[in-house]
Design a protein around this ligand. Structure first.
Ligand code: SF4
Length: 230
């Protein structure tokens, strides 16, 4: 009797799980193909709780594993965009990875501040730093996730906007959301250890969420973003 009951419960659980996976799969296809986000909280629940299993399935079907991270990033961006827009800029931090700096960068790494950019102008960090300060953000270029944790503990921002490769970004957004920080993220369009690249237009748009930009002439960062999208 006891075993029969256990068998039934297990069977119902497995059917429920299969239905959840099937529904999440359909929702993911709609998100990827049509750029429409339906039932984001349900989909995010599945991605968060069955992350490794879904990655395994993606691998099995010959799909990029980063697709799963990308879905997690898009869902969190969508769910927290309005809350992020309501946070005052001085309570926000912008964190970019050190791999977007120029390979010949001479800036030193400070153990609490990250890369101390010398404004040489060889990479985008100089302009991003200026743009972040202009909009009111605290800006950091850092070597890794551990550094982000340290900065968040020290600065205690209300919201964080991050740039990183798909996997690191999704993990960081997941951890920060669980710690009740409001997050936004922009994945690198070209990742690796050096010479990485971010979609500047997308990053600027996210930086300006909820901020009325009164600047009459385009900032150097805006000019660079326009050049890249032209
Ligand atoms: S702009 Fe700053 S981060 Fe970029 S290469 Fe120059 S010193 Fe390094």
């Amino acid at each position: 009797m006891m075993y029969e009951l256990l068998g039934r419960i297990t069977f119902i659980f497995l059917i429920g799980l299969a239905l959840l996976f099937l529904l999440s799969f359909v929702l993911s296809v709609v998100l990827i193909k049509k750029r429409r986000i339906i039932l984001p909280r349900l989909l995010l629940f599945t991605v968060d709780h069955f992350y490794h299993q879904i990655k395994g399935l993606a691998h099995l079907f010959g799909l990029r594993e980063s697709l799963v991270d990308n879905i997690g990033i898009e869902l969190r961006n969508t769910l927290s965009a309005n809350a992020f827009a309501r946070i005052a800029p001085h309570d926000r931090i912008l964190v970019v990875p050190q791999c977007i700096r120029h390979p010949k960068c001479q800036a030193r790494l400070d153990s609490s501040q990250g890369i101390m950019c010398k404004d040489c102008g060889m990479c985008i960090i100089k302009n991003l730093k200026v743009e972040a300060a202009r909009l009111g953000y605290q800006f950091y270029a850092v070597p890794g996730g551990r550094f982000v944790e340290r900065i968040v503990k020290k600065v205690q921002p209300k919201a964080a906007l991050g740039v990183a490769c798909y996997k690191d970004l999704n993990n960081a957004m997941h951890d920060l959301s669980r710690a009740k920080f409001i997050v936004q993220g922009v994945p690198l369009v070209r990742d690796g250890c050096v010479g990485t690249e971010v979609n500047l237009r997308e990053l600027l748009d996210r930086m300006k969420l909820g901020i009325e930009d009164t600047l009459k002439v385009p900032s150097p960062c805006e000019l660079e973003a326009s050049k890249k999208t032209a």
